[in-house]
Design a protein around this ligand. Sequence first.
Ligand SMILES: *Cc1c(COP(=O)(O)O)cnc(C)c1O
Length: 481
Amino acid sequence: MSSPETDDPTGDIHPEEFRRFGHEVVDWIADYLAGVDRLPVMPDLEPGALRTALPDRAPESPESLEAVLADFREQVVPATTHWNHPSFHAYFANTASGPGILGEMLAAALNANAMVWRTSPSATELEEVVTDWVARMLGLPDDFRGVINDTASSSSLYALAAAREMRLPESWASGLAGAPPGRIYTSEEAHSSIRKAATTLGFGRDGVRAIATDDDFRMRPDALRDALEDDRAAGVRPVAVVATIGTTSTTAVDPVADIAPIAEEAGVWLHVDAAYAGPMAALPEFAAHFRGWERAHSIVVNPHKWLFTPMDCSLLYCRRPDQLRAAFSLTPEYLRTPELASGTNLMDYGVSLGRRFRALKLWFVLRRFGVDGMVSRLREHVRLTRVVQGWVEATPGWEVLAPCPFATLIFRHAPADLDEAALDRHNRALMERVNRSGVAFFSHTEVRGRIGLRFSIGNLRTTEAHLRRTWGALESAAAEG
Ligand SMILES: *Cc1c(COP(=O)(O)O)cnc(C)c1O
């Protein structure tokens, strides 16, 4: 093994060393992506396994990149759960596509920090370009403007901060203490990030009112209307309604077209959480699920979920970006620049000052796939999900637990001789057996008190052959217990 070069005057590695290992890394990535389906999806390890295998402090003197890469291959990769595996079906399956990975590598090289326009005109303006492109692809009206955040949790937090600014403007100066309580309305099926945002913003746990859902897990507009009326009569100040298109548990779709007029009448902010299902708005045959979302004040869509973009990339759209800016613009003297009034300064649209060049990878993805390419892959994921649903429905002892509007099927094995408590234990155990086998990876959810497995299809490399193998693994794991 050669000793590390330390003679580069910059203190960094020599450009030729960079070139050599850069090629090696790219070769590794190409082989990894081509052969990822031969790896176990989830490693069969106990917590702490990697930590105890690695030294407890950094090396005193330089090590060679050969040594680092060897440990990456031998220690880090085997302790990794492979989200890019075609048999990853837990949570929401996603893909870091090749173009997205290349864009991410270049973003690291540029190391742009788009705090204000002049600190990175390209990162600032490409963010405007790609968020506009996605808005058009999804059929959003032209007045929606997007910014890119790390996650939907941040995007929803920022949207609700803007809602607080619109509805309780005095809170900017005096906070919420002593004032009548503000409240956010969302369905009992909403993502936990809405509750986290509410507590972070000072509304407290009681600042979220969970609205009942119907038999298909959709927010009930009549229950929303009643809750708003009750609260107003009780002196509570309604701040925002959060509707979800594609809930995290069952991918249910709240009736936004019926919710929007209720929110408008109450004068509150309407935020639509479409972190998972948002990309489906590009498919005309799914338009009904998105009816009314154009009336929202804000919408979140995650390209790192179902638009083939590597972590992290979450788009927050606001119809009135000035309202978002009102919640976050706070410019100290050292950040004042001549362009402050004319150019976009991304620091004004969220908590973080520093911002990664996330637009670059999305731009690579959108251009290399094209809208048609994306739409046809999304359509294929829906088709594959219907294939799996057909197997579940046609096989005695298995059942679907919830409607499946997109590409995430909630199902369980339900042999007739087990009671409900035993069925929950049985399904947890069979999921654990499959996950530990490394053949496929599932997560679970609770549907009206029953434990179900979530079969999410969203990886570009998933084929029917992978799904047949996984279905076989599920059937044999079910037979064992
Ligand atoms: C995944 C998801 C989130 C959270 O997304 P992060 O980007 O991980 O914060 C929020 N809402 C819905 C509906 C989701 O599916």
